[in-house]
Design a protein around this ligand. Structure first.
Ligand SMILES: [Zn+2]
Length: 226
């Protein structure tokens, strides 16, 4: 038998476990809606289940795709039988466990675009591009703040002069800048530890420069002077 067929709602109501993008931990999710694609070729059958799933703790929605076929299985010693293997993709991607900052819509467009691509590169495991992305993001922050200087080194120093950055933060940004240099000139991937620290620093910087001041303005509106 050959061909491709689609059937609906086969797994509705089932529960699956995955990391929730909002809860940031492994949570039970319920399948809200599903479409199954079946591809049959001779004696092989491949099944792809496309599911909209909802976190049972916070109601956040995600998209889950599960693929399995009749040719992929492994032997389970405990049960003494062959078990079908399957692969799962989740969108938005959260494989590397790096989550976007709350309030990224407060970021200026160029800074936000660089930040979002950086997260994508990180979560896709693209370490050279992520290292490069850190550098591009710093460049965009300097540009947005109109930092002056003939090169990125001087611009970062200028952020301190303007009071945007602390001297301690400046020192770390210089390290991140050189990490981006290695990515750009030698295609050398940064280590996971370096990238993880870089993202902690970048998140802090974006929070303190852009997001927290805007949030403070909404949470503590200016009152009339008494
Ligand atoms: Zn959740």
């Amino acid at each position: 038998m050959h061909g491709r067929t689609y059937t609906h709602d086969n797994t509705n109501g089932a529960t699956v476990r995955l990391i929730c993008e909002v809860c940031k931990i492994d949570q039970k999710h319920a399948v809200i809606k599903s479409v199954r694609r079946t591809d049959e070729h001779d004696h092989e059958t491949a099944i792809t289940e496309y599911e909209i799933v909802q976190c049972l703790n916070c109601d956040e929605l995600s998209f889950r795709k599960e693929y399995s076929d009749s040719e992929t299985y492994y032997y389970d010693h405990e049960s003494d039988e062959n078990v079908h293997d399957f692969t799962v993709d989740v969108y938005p991607s959260r494989t590397a466990g790096r989550f976007k900052l709350k309030g990224i819509f407060f970021l200026p467009p160029l800074v936000r675009a660089a930040y979002e691509e950086l997260i994508q590169a990180l979560n896709g495991g693209q370490k050279i591009l992520a290292g490069l992305g850190v550098r591009v993001l710093i460049e965009m922050i300097c540009k947005d703040k109109s930092a002056e200087g003939g090169n990125l080194y001087k611009k970062i120093d200028d952020l301190v002069r303007m009071g945007v950055l602390t001297p301690a933060g400046c020192e770390i940004l210089h390290k991140l800048r050189s990490m981006g240099n290695d990515s750009a000139h030698e295609a050398r991937p940064s280590s996971s530890d370096q990238l993880s620290l870089a993202m902690d620093v970048v998140d802090n910087l974006l929070d303190s420069v852009y997001i927290h001041p805007k949030m403070a303005a909404t949470v503590f509106p200016v009152k009339d002077q008494v």
